[in-house]
Write a protein that binds this ligand. Sequence first.
Ligand code: 13P
Length: 253
Amino acid sequence: MRRPLIAGNWKMNGTKAEATDLLNGIKAGVAGMQKVDVAVCPPFPYLYIAQDLLAESAIAWGSQDVSQEPGGAFTGQVSAAMLKDFGCRYAIIGHSERRQFNGETDALIARKYAQAVSNGLVPILCVGETLEERESGKTEAVVAKHIDGVLDAEGVDAFAHGVVAYEPVWAIGTGVTATPAQAQEVHAFLRQRIASKSKQIADGLRILYGGSMKPGNAAELIAQADIDGGLIGGASLKAADFIAICRAGEDNA
Ligand code: 13P
């Protein structure tokens, strides 16, 4: 069975003081949960706070991006080895906001994925269609292209070391959530695409849903057969909401 994973993507939010409060709140709220994996992905400068506060807890932490390069003259970038140095377990890769605002391509994202895996980080590969793509019937083609970027460059074995997050762009930060049936359909499609190369790897692969997941809709989404947890944006900034979503994962495991 796949263990549910609830991961918070804080995006570019918070201060040192807010990060400290939020992490302490989450730590207290999820203590005792045993069947769900919990992770937080603060901005780079606050990773040391996660390392300080969460080291003795079951909560993992990760980054929101990683360089495609191992090191050297790449101004402004952060390497996978540096993230390991700060105790990161996960690295979000290819988030739609980075595709949209930083021009990231599937080829670049595949290189980032490889850097993460080769340094012992677990990449969380984000895929998802825009509203226009959905309305013109291109959802499967778009998410297939996002998955194939890594599949073709790195092979199916790369998915034995990663997590996928289906995040429909039209659901991110909009308050509009994919219905459980809409999400399940895409998750099943993604799993099938991996299964066509390796059923064993597909069966073990965690596929998270992201896009306006909240305490009020988390349980019914996570209850779907191919939804193995959530990648949470806005609701991960409020300890009570994030804890409630973790509880939904715990109860559904
Ligand atoms: P929201 O939960 O704010 O919609 O964000 C989802 C997301 O982008 C997580 O990576």
